[in-house]
Design a protein around this ligand. Structure first.
Ligand code: ZN
Length: 255
């Protein structure tokens, strides 16, 4: 499993190389003095081991997989019939550089399928995108890796605008990732409580209670609380985004 994780970063080809040509490896692994002499040798005994025995496999999972439509075919089908893809295809065929904010650079249409370069375009179907990310992110060779690695694998075949954002959101909400990944935050210091002054009204807390129904032209309550005595004042006022400035608030306080 470890090797699979390493190899997933590369585009590799597995080729057969006959023993005769593979002298270097032979020299390293088959020193004459270390060749087992009989099948009783311990090294022979452990050369073939079945790791995934049938009792360890979840048959139900495999059956479900079989009935499920492969994700590639689902993406292809969505690309063919979903309205967003149809509109984008039309725009690409007209030679437009973008369609309603979606950039169409390097896009092409082949056999009525929209591609970006060699990558298959994934429709703006959130359910489909999530299914695709889950398929990649949860598979054993990726095994809940971070955003970059998951993205790298998906970007080999698929594309959709702001895919990094979608993938990031999926991974941030992934239950297994959240449970198993250690926090990489810097060590958090203990909380320090704020100083409390010995004099009343020297240290105050203010807050606006907003979005209240309008009454006599006022729709906001400014609360001012003394942190020592917990005495409080409520100041009714009117506010909108433009007029609620620090200056205005100071004026209210002074009134
Ligand atoms: Zn995960």
């Amino acid at each position: 499993m470890r090797w699979v994780q390493k190899l997933v970063d590369f585009n590799f080809k597995i080729m057969y190389r006959s023993g005769k040509q593979n002298i270097k490896v032979d020299a390293l692994t088959r020193r004459a003095d270390s060749v087992p002499r009989s099948f009783e040798d311990e090294r022979c005994r452990y050369q073939r081991t079945t790791i995934l025995t049938s009792n360890r496999m979840k048959i139900a999972d495999l059956e479900e997989e079989e009935n499920d439509e492969p994700i590639y075919r689902l993406v292809l089908e969505a690309n063919r019939i979903n309205e967003d893809c149809i509109l984008l295809r039309e725009a690409v065929l007209k030679g437009e550089a973008q369609y309603e904010g979606t950039k169409l650079r390097d896009c092409r249409v082949q056999n009525e399928i929209l591609y970006r370069g060699d990558l298959l375009w994934v429709s703006f179907d959130e359910h489909l995108q999530m299914k695709l990310i889950r398929e990649v992110h949860d598979q054993p060779s990726i095994d809940h890796s971070g955003i970059l690695r998951t993205m790298k694998v998906i970007r080999r075949y698929y594309y959709w605008p702001s895919m990094r954002k979608t993938i990031g959101r999926y991974i941030r909400n992934c239950y297994i990732c959240q449970r198993s990944k250690a926090s990489r935050d810097k060590f958090n210091e203990l909380l320090h409580s704020l100083l409390i002054f010995e004099q009343r009204w020297k240290d105050i807390v203010m807050n606006f209670i907003i979005d209240l129904p309008s009454s006599e032209g006022k729709n906001v309550i400014l609360t001012v609380i003394c942190r020592l005595s917990k005495e409080r004042h409520y100041i009714s006022c009117f506010t909108d985004d433009e007029r609620t400035t620090a200056e205005k608030t100071a004026e209210l306080m002074l009134q």
